[in-house]
Each structure stands twice: as C-alpha cells, then as structure tokens.
Design a protein around this ligand. Structure first.
Ligand code: RB5
Length: 141
C-alpha cells in the first residue's frame, strides 16, 4: 500500500502521480487534500508520516510546492526517513543507501514526466543493506 498526500499547491500533481503509481501495480490510498482549500502542509505530512511510522503502509509520497515543508515535517517522526528528490538519481540513492520510506517532491519544481520517473524509481528500487544498514541504524537519536 502506497499513501499519498499533498497540500493545495500540489493537488493536480498528486492526482497524476496516484494514477501513475496504480499503473505500476501498487495499491494507493490518497489522503488528500481536496481541491479549492488552502491548507497547512504539516497537517497532511503528520497524518501520512504517522501511518508509515506505525507500519500501516509500506511507503508514502508527500508533495507540496517545494517538497521542503513536507520533508521537514515528516522527518520529525521516529522511523520515518523522508527524502526530498529532484531527479531519478536522488530517488534511486534514497532507496539504495538511505532506505527512505517517504518520497517528497515539489510540484513547483518538477514537471509531470520527471515526477513520474522519480516515483517509479523510488518505488521499484530496493535497499542495499550491508554497510548502509549500519548507517541507517545510526540515524535515530
Ligand atoms: C504553499 O504555498 C507552500 O509554502 C507549500 O506548498 C510548501 O512549498 C512548503 O514547504
């Protein structure tokens, strides 16, 4: 199960990415926001991050204007490793080296094609483990 959420700055991109993730073969739960409402991104980041932290879904995708607010907020949750990705390379490394469990993107930064590519790579790439597991284990304080 892949969770998605965004603020008002990314409603259209979130919906397109949700459809794309379904075509990749994943189940999707869309946590909103709906159209026409100006909201505060932390409300949506906290809701999704809490579900990931409690094992209610495998991965999440959070989108706001820059991806910054979503990533900063989600990373306050123990067990969450939210990665703000701008291209396929950062998405691949976020999985291979950091075992990121939430992908953050900026709707005002990325075009649809690049955002779809980032989501595909993020969801299909496995964690390498080994020395990277040791480093990931050191993240929590
Ligand atoms: C909303 O205008 C914008 O601040 C938000 O989407 C995000 O970019 C915050 O980090």
């Amino acid at each position: 199960m892949i969770l998605l959420a965004s603020d008002h700055a990314a409603v259209n991109l979130r919906r397109s990415i949700a459809e794309h993730v379904v075509t990749l073969g994943f189940d999707v739960q869309d946590l909103g926001v709906e159209d026409g409402r100006s909201v505060d991104y932390p409300d949506f980041a906290h809701e999704l991050a809490e579900k990931i932290a409690h094992g209610q879904a495998d991965r999440g995708i959070l989108i706001c204007g820059t991806g910054l607010g979503m990533s900063i907020t989600a990373n306050r949750h123990p067990g969450v490793r939210a990665a703000l990705c701008h291209d396929a390379y950062t998405a691949e490394m976020a999985r291979r080296h950091n075992d990121a469990n939430i992908l953050c993107m900026g709707s005002r930064v990325l075009g649809l094609g690049v955002a779809e590519q980032i989501a595909s790579v993020f969801l299909k790439t496995a964690f390498e483990g080994g020395r990277h597991q040791r480093r990931v284990d050191k993240i929590e304080i």
